[in-house]
Write a protein that binds this ligand. Structure first.
Ligand code: NAP
Ligand code: FER
Length: 336
């Protein structure tokens, strides 16, 4: 155990694409845990698209991160010292409020215990954590998958998308992915068993490319990205098609005001539905989701991949790289 806590503060709000210099690495003393708290040592830090929203000076589901504050983020961490019942030194937990730092003293009440026997502990930030649950509820609840139908996923090689497409397959659907490189497309149609996938950067007309692999239309579209990929998917919706808006990463760094949506007339004759959702609304069902996802991981039906960047000093770089598509599967920073 070192006696200094390296942590990343927000130096300024990004305009457009985030830069490493929007953050500042400082050293602080390690805090002592109070009553009901534990001192945690970070093992893996998650970098996620929602962080771009938290850097904006605008309230959403949570207030923005303040300038000079430790950047927000969840971590898988090890208990160093416990002043809380039920947790002991050496236990591994997931902390959604940990922040971009090496150590934190946090309330035990907000922690989820992670079982190292079940799977590598890093999965608690990916397939067996928030992204996996997002895929699970978005696909099953919002998209209402039915066997034999066609499900399209954008951002398909990322943490949420790679899980969402496999959940479609597990439920007897044709799974089609859209992703940003040939290596990602090969992973989806190879190891992950997607029925088809297209590289949106080289496909030419996205409507034509998607139509070719969805000859009878799209019954469920799980959208992580928005923009032209989503325009194409909406044009191809089948009768009573369902669209789950999970995220719109293609516009998170946009500096111009966005127009649209403007293809909504396509929903009329198809009696189609578009619905946004937020994972936090499913809190009461996380246990169900994690049991299902854990079962599929153990049986080998659900596979996952992680792109791991080594060292807390590279956290902003990892975050920016993820926003630019540098990850296959879940992007993580290995800290401890
Ligand atoms: P991720 O997919 O692992 O990483 C982001 C990916 O976005 C990149 O790898 C990149 O892959 C893709 N991307 C970046 N710019 C793009 C563009 N202009 N067009 C198309 N794709 C682009 O991230 P994640 O954590 O799984 O999150 C995926 C989405 O889910 C995000 O939109 C996120 O905000 C959303 N989300 C929502 C909830 C919720 O509760 N609603 C919860 C978690 C996540 P390519 O190489 O394919 O471009
Ligand atoms: C995300 C994108 C957006 C996410 C949450 C949001 C948990 C919420 C945005 C808002 O409330 O404005 O990836 O993940």
């Amino acid at each position: 155990v070192s006696d200094s806590n390296r942590r990343w503060l927000v130096r300024r709000r990004p305009e457009g694409w985030p830069e490493v210099d929007d953050f500042e690495l400082v050293e602080a003393p390690i805090e002592a845990p109070g009553e009901g708290q534990v001192l945690l040592r970070n093992l893996y830090l998650s970098v996620d698209p929602y962080m771009r929203g938290r850097l904006r000076d605008r309230d959403s589901y949570a207030p923005p991160v303040g300038i000079g504050d430790v950047m927000v983020g969840s971590a898988v961490a090890e208990v160093v010292e416990s002043r809380a019942a039920g947790l002991a030194a050496g236990d591994v937990v997931e902390s959604p409020t940990f922040g971009w730092q090496e150590y934190a003293a946090v309330d035990a009440a907000g922690l989820r215990r992670v079982d190292p026997e079940l799977a590598p502990v890093s999965t608690a930030l990916g397939v067996l954590g928030m992204p996996g649950l997002t895929a699970y509820f978005g696909m099953l609840d919002v998209c209402e998958l039915r066997p034999g139908t066609t499900a399209v996923v954008s951002g398909a090689a990322g943490a949420v998308g790679s899980t969402a497409g496999q959940i479609a397959r597990i439920h007897g659907c044709r799974a089609v992915g859209v992703a940003g490189s040939d290596e990602k497309v090969d992973w989806l149609t190879g190891e992950l068993g997607f029925d088809a996938a297209i590289n949106y950067k080289t496909a030419g007309s996205l409507t034509r490319a998607l139509a070719a692999v969805c000859p009878v239309g799209i019954d469920a579209y799980f959208d992580n990205v928005g923009g032209p990929i989503t325009d194409a998917a909406i044009r191809l919706l089948a009768l009573r098609g369902r669209v789950a808006i999970c995220g719109q990463i293609s516009i998170y760094n946009a500096t111009e005001a966005q127009t649209g949506p403007r293809l909504l007339w396509e929903l009329v004759a198809r009696r189609a539905r578009i619905e946004g959702f937020l994972i936090f609304d499913y809190r009461d069902r996380y246990r169900e989701g994690l049991e299902k996802l854990g079962g599929w991981v153990r049986s080998g039906e659900l596979r996952y991949r992680e792109t791991v960047v080594d060292g807390i000093e590279r956290t902003p770089e990892a975050f920016i790289s993820m926003m630019r598509g540098g990850n296959i599967g879940k992007m993580l920073v290995k800290v401890g």
